[in-house]
Design a protein around this ligand. Sequence first.
Ligand code: GSH
Length: 214
Amino acid sequence: MTTLYHAPLTCSLAARFAAAEGGVNLDIVPLNLGTKELATGGSLYDINPLGQVSVLEFKDGTKLTETSTVINWIQSQSINDDFRIDPSDPGYFQMLRWLAFCATELHKGLFRVVFYQEATEEVKNRVRALAPLRFEVLENHLNGRDYLLGNRFSAADAYLTWFFVLSGYAQIDHSKYPNLEAYRQRVLSRPAIRALIESDTQLDQELRQNLFAG
Ligand SMILES: N[C@@H](CCC(=O)N[C@@H](CS)C(=O)NCC(=O)O)C(=O)O
């Protein structure tokens, strides 16, 4: 089976959302992103020289990094026709677009600085001020749509859902965007997603990662 190296509540949780929603089985190797220690022994640096998740490892030992690509691979393995999007489907490129948007505009664009312990509060606030323009794009897009691609939860939603898992910790406020707020509640109340957030919150405490609080 394919292995996912997973640090609780981090972006590899988005990969787990995609796997759960798509019915794709993965072996999970938990790790502490603060110390880079793998639960199976050894260091994340041995798996990925950048010391980052998400990483998939295939049976033949080859690896796949970059969360957006990891999520895309996971969805490609789904036998659920409502979830998988084949490259011949015009929706495929919309999915890629939103995966890239989540990766660059939200994950790296906002979280990378706001969760960077060395950044001053002034720098963090300047980065937080970039959020409204991004939220307006989403707010307009979600007008009349339940999910990013319309009426079905796709792999791109898995990444955006994860953004909302951490946006509170990041003190990024999106409460004044009604479509975004309705979307947030819709995705976070999906049973598979709720269960994963709950178990990850517990694992985060057990491992004492201390990455997000405070
Ligand atoms: N380019 C990577 C970046 C992923 C990333 O930033 N992961 C964070 C967790 S959400 C991480 O591993 N941070 C630890 C570090 O950068 O040392 C991707 O797209 O997957």
